[in-house]
Write a protein that binds this ligand. Structure first.
Ligand SMILES: O=C(O)[C@H](O)[C@H](O)COP(=O)(O)O
Ligand SMILES: [Mg+2]
Length: 302
């Protein structure tokens, strides 16, 4: 039996018998949907903790930091510690500070993303620019074209462009990112999920808000979220667990389940209330097949 459960942060749904039937076709993969917690999630978490299981909440959502997620868990009445959250922003910040070890004069990161990325870079003492800087949320001007082209608008200390899910993209922000990349900056992404599940539908994900730079430069980013094994190595390094006694639980085959399989974990559990459907892995020749699957996480409660 697994000792460690790595949970995707939007893949837990359970439904007590007698609860109003949740139309799961309307709610992609859910610990919660927006601010609506689904029934029996706290009990499921508490049951696992009562059995001495170690829990790690592993999310590709780079818009929130570990502290932000801790606030969300508290608000939802779920027992969780900030240190149990491991998001793609934190994974990227660790990679930059402990693996890349940027040295002056090129030790600043140009961010195309939200506050979660900024907070986690700060937690690792990595300097950055861009991100939520509101002065970049404007139309590009003729002067911008000139100053970007001749480099005077660029920060000479930028050595990395880091993209994440960006709710505030702008042509000006992309133009700066393209200029840094074309001048040799390393290209990193917190994650490249194609879509963001929310409110019963799918919206542009981090991969979609990163795509303009890929197209414009012809370069591919190194992604530091699921299924990247740099993230798995960082999680194993922090929590020191036996991979063979760990299980990854998630709703998305090409991130969560692939992450667990490539990480050679003891098992993977696909929750069918999310983005992926069982037909995708039951089909002959399916590339990514979980060890097991459940309709909803609450099935673990029996
Ligand atoms: O586009 C994204 O960033 C992702 O869809 C999203 O945030 C994934 O979050 P997760 O399911 O890994 O918690
Ligand atoms: Mg998910």
């Amino acid at each position: 039996m697994a000792q460690v459960f790595l949970f995707d942060c939007d893949a837990m749904l359970s439904q007590a018998s007698g609860e109003p039937t949740i139309d799961r076709s309307q709610l992609p993969g859910v610990l919660w949907s927006g601010d609506t917690l689904f029934p029996r999630i706290p009990e499921t978490i508490d049951m696992l903790r009562s059995k001495g299981k170690q829990l790690v909440f592993v999310t590709n959502n780079s818009t929130k930091s570990r502290a932000d997620y801790k606030k969300k868990f508290d608000k939802m009445g779920i027992t969780a510690q900030e240190e149990e959250v491991f998001g793609s922003s934190y994974s990227a910040a660790i990679y930059i500070s402990r693996i890349l070890k940027l040295q002056p004069p090129k030790n600043k990161v140009y961010v195309l993303g939200e506050t979660g990325v900024e907070q986690e870079l700060q937690s690792e003492n990595v300097r950055y620019c861009g991100g939520t800087d509101k002065s970049l949320l404007r139309d590009i001007t003729p002067e911008d074209y000139t100053s970007i082209a001749n480099g005077s608008a660029l920060d000479d200390e930028v050595g990395v462009v880091l993209t994440g899910l960006d709710f505030h993209p702008s042509y000006l922000k992309y133009s700066l990112g393209m200029a840094y990349l074309n001048r040799g900056a390393k290209f990193l992404a917190t994650n490249i999920d194609s879509s963001l599940p929310s409110a019963g539908s799918l919206f542009p994900g981090a991969g979609a808000t990163t795509a303009p730079l890929i197209t414009a430069t012809g370069k591919q980013p190194l992604a530091l979220g699921k299924p990247s094994q740099a993230m798995m190595d960082a999680i194993e390094g922090k929590f020191q667990f036996d991979r063979k006694k760990a299980c990854m639980i998630g709703d998305r085959l090409n991130t969560d389940i692939q992450f667990g399989i490539e990480g050679k974990l003891g098992g993977t559990l696909c929750v069918l209330t999310g983005v992926s459907k069982k037909e995708e892995f039951l089909d002959e020749g399916a590339q990514v097949v979980p060890s097991a699957y459940v309709d909803q996480l609450g099935d673990l409660l029996g």
